[in-house]
Design a protein around this ligand. Structure first.
Ligand code: SAH
Length: 194
C-alpha cells in the first residue's frame, strides 16, 4: 500500500460512515424526543469530532497547512489501518442496527425508548463509542502526519470521557434498576476487561 491508496481508503471509510448513518438520521427526525441533554458542551464535542475526522484530513490533502508535520509512510501501518477501519465500519453498522429507533446523535430519550441489551450491546454498553475509538486509531495509522493522524484520538477521547458518564446517568434515570442490572453484567468498551 502507498500513501495515496491509504488516503483513498480513508475517504472510502468516510463515505461508508455516511451511508451507514444516513438512514438512522432520517428516521430519527420522525421520532419524538421526550428528554434531552443537548447543551453547549455536547455541541462543541460534536463540532470538534467533525473538525478532526473530516475537516482536518480534507484540509491536509487540499492545502500545505499541515505538511510540516508529515513523516514517511509505512505500508505496514497503512495495511493495519485498513483492517482497523473495516472493524470500525462493522461495529458502527452493527451498533446502529441493534439500537434502531433508539439511536440519537446526542444525549436523548425518545418516545417509546426501549433499553437495548441484545446484539453487540450484550457484551459492551458503548459499542458505538468503541467503534469511534477504532475509527480514530485507523486515522492515526492511515495518515502519516503527526498532527492530522492522531487528532481524532484526542476528540474521541474528549467525547468519550465527557459523554459516557452523563449518558449512563441519563439511562439510569430513565430505566432505573433495569439499567443498573444491565450495567453490572456488561463492560463499557472491551468485553470482560473495561
Ligand atoms: N453509548 C452507546 C449509544 C450511542 S448513541 C454506544 O456507544 O453504543 C447515543 C444514544 O443512544 C443516547 O442518547 C441514548 O439515548 C441511547 N442509548 C445508549 N445506550 C442505549 C441502550 N443500551 N439502549 C437504548 N438506547 C441506548
Amino acid at each position: 500500500m502507498n500513501e495515496i491508496a491509504a488516503a483513498l481508503v480513508w475517504i472510502a471509510g468516510l463515505l461508508a460512515w455516511w451511508v451507514i448513518r444516513y438512514p438512522y438520521q432520517r428516521r430519527a427526525r420522525g421520532l419524538k424526543v421526550i428528554r434531552h441533554h443537548k447543551d453547549l458542551e455536547e455541541r462543541l464535542l460534536l463540532l470538534f469530532s467533525i473538525v478532526t475526522l473530516a475537516i482536518m484530513p480534507v484540509t491536509h490533502w487540499a492545502t500545505s497547512l499541515f505538511r510540516f508535520a508529515n513523516y514517511p509512510f509505512q505500508p505496514s501501518m497503512g495495511l493495519l489501518g485498513a483492517v482497523v477501519l473495516a472493524a470500525f465500519l462493522w461495529l458502527f453498522r452493527q451498533s446502529h442496527s441493534d439500537l434502531g429507533g433508539n439511536w440519537s446523535v446526542t444525549l436523548e430519550i425518545r418516545e417509546r425508548h426501549s433499553l437495548v441489551t441484545a446484539g453487540v450491546y450484550r457484551y459492551i454498553r458503548h459499542p458505538m463509542y468503541a467503534s469511534f475509538w477504532l475509527w480514530a486509531l485507523a486515522q492515526a495509522l492511515l495518515i502519516p502526519n503527526f498532527i492530522v493522524g492522531p487528532a481524532s484520538l484526542v476528540s474521541v477521547g474528549f467525547l468519550y470521557m465527557r459523554r459516557s458518564g452523563r449518558e449512563e446517568q441519563m439511562m439510569m434515570d430513565e430505566f432505573g434498576e433495569e439499567y443498573r442490572a444491565y450495567a453490572e453484567k456488561t463492560a463499557r468498551l472491551i468485553p470482560g476487561i473495561f
